[in-house]
Design a protein around this ligand. Structure first.
Ligand code: PLP
Length: 458
């Protein structure tokens, strides 16, 4: 029986990333409030937010300090843009802090509102820069199959997932996709992680050769693939990729929209996995999701081009109304202050062994083929046959079913293609809450096994 709110939802909303036909039957999960790592629905039922919302509420819910700083900034200066050289203290302070903690040498910061527009900016900067440098043919950008970089026209093109392309007439020209570094699924029989990484780097090299190295401008990658399945890279992967990119003078864009700010047990995933990145996109945990804000961090050579072009063209013709929104920047400054004060990275390292132990223990379950993570992010894959890695029929949506059961048991997780389930709790989660989260999911897995058997899927 759908509640009044559910009916009103169905009559009014188009939900992102939702089967809109099914939604008309099942209705929404309507949440009302949150506290710490818990959220509560309108009936008062509690859920552990095992996905930190969408990989973003790093400091959990109802953080008074973040609410207070937002309110104070709203009262003082709720808005000013930063077009035409206008500025304000929070935007400047945040840029200084980002430069200080960035994992790579950074010259300047460009603000946006979301991960998608940050990556769109990255694409435009690559094109703009290569025109300015007199190499207009060097424009192609390589991303990865199962990579996720957003949904705007350019960033959805970078994304390597079918649902983001099919019938949207994407990807646009000049965006190429190379192999996905998911060892469990894509390695050849007996291939070690190192050998798999070397093969993927050789495939990237061959792709660049085929396209012509002087036509390939940039490569973009998430240190840990998020929406593609919470996939951690195999051993030696980024070392091998770095070497290929360096060989052909290809700019490396690190998409740290999920991995930035402690998620992997370092402040940035770039450090965890040794990406030789030139520029970086971040968002989400930048404000602990208390405000939509993203940032593109660029190095000095990129910045110099923008200055030269401004001299020539008369302006840098790019930017959104809400770029550097004072409330967002004030919240981000406070968020970064809390990360530092509360030693959030150390905290992640402290609880990560418990998180990873509970995650990998799930491999004892008959349906779990692989479970792996880093810091406080991880994923698992559900399979029909562990010995042969036989997948379930995708139409049966077994991972989605397990996430449905997880919701019944009071933990919010996310199912993704290839029957993967992601875990990405707020960074403030305690060991006891980690145990509770996995206890709840284990009960959901037991229900999933019963259902799979009842459906005759194994
Ligand atoms: N890049 C990565 C790695 C992401 O995970 C996401 C969103 O999940 C994006 C970009 C897009 O960010 P947004 O949804 O804020 O546009």
């Amino acid at each position: 029986m759908l509640t009044n709110l559910a009916v009103r939802d169905i009559e009014t909303l188009i939900h992102p990333y939702t089967n809109l036909a099914t939604h008309r039957e099942v209705g929404p999960l309507v949440l009302e409030r949150g506290k710490g790592v818990f959220v509560y629905d309108v009936a008062g039922k509690d859920y552990i937010e095992g996905m930190a919302g969408l990989w973003c509420t790093s400091l959990g819910y109802s953080n008074d300090e973040l609410c207070d700083v937002a309110y104070e900034q709203m009262k003082k200066l709720p808005f000013t843009h930063i077009f035409s050289g206008r500025s304000h203290d929070p935007a400047i302070e945040l840029a200084e802090k980002l430069k200080e903690i960035a994992p790579i040498p950074i010259s300047k910061v460009f603000y946006g509102s979301a991960g998608s527009d940050a990556n769109d900016t990255q694409v435009k900067l690559v094109w703009y820069m290569n025109n300015a440098l007199g190499r207009p043919q060097k424009k192609k950008i390589i991303s990865r199959i199962k990579g996720y970089h957003g949904v705007t026209v350019a960033s959805a093109s970078l994304t390597g997932l079918p649902a983001n392309h099919t019938d949207f007439d994407l990807p646009i020209a000049g965006i190429l996709h190379t192999a996905c570094p998911y060892h469990y699924r894509f390695a050849e029989a007996g291939e070690t992680e190192l050998a798999f990484s070397a093969r993927l780097a050789a495939e990237l090299d061959a792709l660049i050769q085929r396209e012509g190295p002087d036509t390939v401008a940039a490569f973009i990658a998430e240190p840990v693939m998020g929406a593609g399945g919470a996939i951690t890279p195999p051993e030696g992967y980024f070392e091998a990729i770095n070497a290929v990119l360096a060989k052909y003078d290809i700019l490396f864009i690190a998409d740290e929209v999920i991995t930035g700010f402690g998620r992997t047990g370092e402040m940035f995933g770039t450090t965890t996995y040794g990406l030789n990145a030139d520029t970086l996109s971040c968002a989400k945990a930048l404000t602990s999701a208390y405000f939509p804000l993203s940032a593109v961090l660029v190095n000095e050579p990129v910045y110099e081009v923008l200055v030269d072009q401004s001299r020539k063209i008369g302006t840098f013709g790019h930017g959104n109304t809400y770029a550097g929104h004072p409330v967002g920047c004030a919240i981000a400054v406070k968020t970064l202050e809390i990360y530092q004060r509360d030693r959030i990275v150390e905290r992640v390292r402290q609880v990560s062994p418990r998180f990873l132990a509970r995650l990998t223990k799930l491999m004892e379950h008959p349906l779990v083929g692989e479970a792996r993570g880093v810091g406080l992010i991880g994923g698992l894959e559900l399979v029909a046959d562990k010995a042969t890695k036989q997948a379930f029929d995708a139409k049966k949506a077994v991972a989605a079913k397990s996430v449905h059961f997880a919701q019944e048991e009071g933990v919010i997780l996310r199912a993704m293609g290839g029957d993967r389930v992601a875990f990405c709790p707020p960074l403030i989660i305690s060991e006891a809450e980690i145990d509770e989260m996995f206890d709840r999911y284990e009960r959901a897995l037991a229900k999933t096994l019963d259902w799979v058997k009842a459906e005759g899927l194994i």
